[in-house]
Design a protein. Structure first.
Length: 96
């Protein structure tokens, strides 16, 4: 799957067997921040922390986002939310 196919999948149910990081990003883009956040909270690694940081930035909670960016070993993202979402999706699809 590539980024465009991932975006097209937002018109229906989530694709089966998505990596949980991608599933969180799918739910957020599909309009379900709560489901995305619940998944992100269960991701124990730095990549999961990056998704968690993105979600809090999307929410507008920059303080909490900063906490999670630090856990991810990342600087606070200053690009657009859309650009960060696409970057995350590309990386986790193996296309980044």
């Amino acid at each position: 799957m590539d980024l465009e196919a991932f975006k097209r999948s937002l018109k229906g149910p989530p694709p089966k067997d998505l990596d949980r990081r991608l599933l969180a990003l799918w739910h957020e883009a599909h309009g379900d921040w709560e489901a995305a956040h619940e998944i992100a909270q269960s991701l124990p690694d730095a990549e999961g922390a990056w998704v968690h940081a993105y979600l809090h930035r999307r929410e507008g909670d920059n303080s909490n986002a900063g906490y999670w960016y630090a856990h991810a070993g990342k600087s606070f993202c200053r690009t657009s939310l859309e650009a960060e979402w696409e970057k995350l999706v590309r990386i986790y699809l193996g296309d980044g």
